[in-house]
Write a new protein. Structure first.
Length: 348
């Protein structure tokens, strides 16, 4: 008889096959058999035990789902620094001490958004046996419009014969998203909702580096959240952070923040996970409690700031239990947990 954990892992693999979000993995397998991610299985060490929370009195705090959020990879063809750091992360994740059911790439996967950047990213992922991978877009994934035909930055000729829609299509093709750059999926009773900015300075120059969501995406988001009237855990992924409560954002923030917050306000057990800031987990607080939801801001794999170690590559490990959610900051360069970057949030 299948254990609950093994059943969930098989279901994740099945979802990856059926949904648009997993099509990238199928395509990658077709071209390179080293990926192996569709099976959702990682090598198991002898006598390895699943990670568990502190036992409750009735021993019912079951681990439902676990994943890594890797934000701001900034993979760039011709620059090895970010590539090296992603290797740090994937070596750790692919041979991790605890279960990893999924990887979410939280925007700015590439530094420029070129075909060659995505090709390099694919070649890196193909070197590891990884669980299913999903992603959303960041502002840097639109940056190809800044480059002219020679591949040089050319602000004066922006958009250099390119469009924001070309960048979206490039991202969607890579991950197999069929219709939109935003998706959702359920893993058991855990719901993952990945929102993506739909325009950059080519279409919305007034917002600069801000994340603009269309009426259509926000309506979809509102409808999608209606499934959470029963309080099941919702994990909402955005790239740019939120501005101050009661305000809308601009450059480097989520633009339609008032509507975003209003959509989430009726629901409990909602966790919003963002990136973009590149702030180090060391010495900085990444858990914001000023909203109706729990908001965690991730660090960066490719360009972690405010650290004395140039090799620093940081990410977030999340475990969803039946009674709580545990979030921990990880330093991939030396495969260590980051002191004080550890939070346990009870579900209500």
């Amino acid at each position: 008889m299948l254990s609950r954990r093994h059943f969930i892992k098989k279901m994740v693999a099945f979802i990856a096959l059926l949904s648009g979000g997993g099509a990238f993995l199928a395509h990658a397998l077709k071209n390179d058999t080293e990926v192996g991610a569709l099976e959702g299985e990682k090598p198991t060490k002898p006598n390895e035990q699943p990670s568990t929370s502190v036992p409750t009195a009735d021993n019912a705090n079951e681990l439902l789902f676990s994943f890594f959020l890797l934000s701001d990879l900034h993979i760039s063809d011709g620059i090895s620094m970010m590539t090296d750091k992603l290797h740090f992360a994937l070596k750790d994740v692919s041979d991790f001490e605890s279960p990893v059911d999924m990887i979410v790439l939280g925007g700015d996967l590439t530094d420029i958004g070129r075909d060659t950047d995505y090709k390099l990213l694919r070649s890196i992922l193909n070197k590891y046996k990884l669980p299913p991978i999903y992603a959303n877009m960041g502002n840097h994934d639109y940056y190809d419009i800044w480059l002219d035909k020679k591949g040089e930055f050319a602000k004066e000729t922006l958009p250099n014969g390119k469009t924001d829609s070309m960048a979206r299509e490039r991202f969607m093709k890579f991950f197999g998203y069929k219709e939109k750059a935003y998706v959702d999926l359920w893993v058991g009773d855990v719901h993952l909702i990945l929102l993506s900015q739909e325009a950059y300075v080519g279409d919305k120059p007034e917002y600069g580096e801000g994340a603009w969501y269309s009426d259509e995406q926000l309506a979809w988001f509102e409808k999608t959240m209606k499934q959470h009237e029963d309080g099941k855990t919702a994990l909402v992924f955005i790239h740019q952070p939120l501005p101050a409560p009661g305000t809308d954002g601009g450059s480097h923030a989520l633009v339609r923040a008032k509507e975003f917050r209003a959509i989430l306000k009726p629901y409990r057990n909602v966790f919003v996970l963002s990136g973009h800031t590149h702030r180090s987990f060391v010495g900085e607080d990444h858990y914001n409690t000023q909203n109706s939801f729990h908001w965690f801001n991730n660090a960066s794999v490719g360009k972690t700031r405010n650290t004395q170690d140039n090799n620093s590559a940081q990410g977030m490990y999340v475990q969803v239990y039946s009674k709580e959610v545990v979030v921990r900051g990880r330093e991939f360069s030396d495969r260590s947990w980051i002191d004080k970057a550890s939070w346990t949030v009870p579900l209500v």
